[in-house]
Design a protein around this ligand. Structure first.
Ligand code: KG4
Ligand code: ZN
Length: 337
């Protein structure tokens, strides 16, 4: 079975062909990140216009790279929600038009369930991943931070979620405070590798509470206050010419690393608490923030110490992509034509 996936919920236009639920034959991405960078975030109307231009091109490329024609496709899976409404509408209209004109089934896929199905995607020729139900999923993206219990292909239960900012949103906002551009997560991840995570002990909101909810807006505010204080010292420098010792070129790296450490500490601690409370032996991670190198490292070590098995997708399948939409589409597909 071959499914064509189409993804356009935010600022990535993507099309992919996935065979037998998990084998990726192609996964084409047209990123708009550079375009939105100058606005410090995604502009929905600009995004939808760019999706409109890119969709036919990425779909063609996905079919070509997979060496299939549209007539070989059993169904088209398209992400339906959640996402930016103007961006979603363009992708959905394109996918449903293509499905109708070629008499192919259309499957509507929830974008977040798509992220979770991305966990077992592999490239052709790679070893297949078998992840038995039930498992926990730490779902961390730009708009969502949740811990889900995935009981089987139909049943998922949210055990905890953020009460304010999502973890990816916190990365993006802190990057903006530090003047680092958009999207912030990959930049903070990279700079942190040169920084000292013990430079500042930023708060770890709700880390000790028994419930599995998160809160990240206070952490972002703590970073903002720290930056403001240093900024004032910097103004002082202009007057008396003594440079604050923290205002060195390493300062941004150190603040980035200290912030990232706080986020990762909260995400790992709460996920392990959830696994202990529920008693499941497998932990998975999905969504853009699961590409974070420190999170992968800390979660890997903590799972090993606590004897949990851990799975997460390749970076390509953590970030928004159409292969994960095709994978979820394959799972829920029921042939009617
Ligand atoms: O899942 P995703 O690609 O799109 C949404 O569905 O939101 O997630 C995007 C988010 C952004 O906030 C981005 O800054 C974050 O994922 N992100 C990262 C990393 N790569 C992307 N956050 C931390 N470390 C990364 N390496
Ligand atoms: Zn996403």
């Amino acid at each position: 079975m071959k499914i064509l996936g189409i993804e356009s919920t935010c600022d990535e236009t993507s099309a992919a062909v996935v065979e037998d639920k998990r084998i990726v034959l192609s996964n084409i991405l047209a990123s708009q990140a550079k375009l939105h960078n100058k606005y410090g975030g995604v502009v929905p109307e600009l995004a939808s216009r760019k999706h409109l231009e890119a969709l036919p091109i990425v779909v063609d490329e996905a079919l070509n790279e997979a060496k299939v024609s549209i007539d070989d496709i059993d169904a088209i899976a398209v992400s339906k929600e959640p996402g930016l409404p103007p961006a979603l509408q363009v992708g959905y209209a394109y996918a449903s038009g293509l499905a109708t004109s070629k008499n192919i089934e259309l499957i509507e896929v929830n974008h977040l369930e798509g992220h979770i199905s991305g966990i077992w995607l592999v490239h052709k020729g790679d070893k297949k991943k078998r992840i038995p139900y039930p498992y926990l999923c730490l779902l961390v993206s730009g708009g969502h931070t949740e811990i889900r219990l995935v009981s089987d292909k139909k049943n998922q239960k949210i055990l905890g979620r953020t009460l304010d900012d999502a973890s990816g949103e916190a990365f993006d906002k802190v990057a903006r405070i530090l003047g680092l551009g958009y999207p912030g997560g990959p930049i903070i991840d990279m700079l942190s590798q040169e920084g000292d995570e013990h430079f500042m002990k930023f708060p770890r909101p709700m880390i000790d509470s028994e419930n599995l909810d998160f809160s990240f807006s206070g952490l972002k505010t703590a970073v903002m206050r720290h930056v403001d204080t240093l900024q004032k010292d910097h103004d002082q420098f202009r007057k008396d010419k003594t440079l604050h010792k923290e205002l060195t070129s390493n300062w941004v790296n150190d603040v980035a690393a200290s912030f990232q450490e706080a986020v990762v500490d909260v995400l790992v601690t709460k996920t392990i608490n959830a696994a202990n409370q529920i008693g499941v032996p497998i932990i998975t991670m999905a969504g853009g923030v699961s590409a974070n190198s420190r999170l992968r490292d800390m979660m890997g070590r903590t799972c090993h110490e606590n004897v949990f098995e851990l799975f997460y997708p390749e970076v390509e399948f953590c970030l928004d992509n159409a292969a994960m939409i095709a994978a979820r589409g394959s799972e829920v597909f029921k042939r009617t034509k």
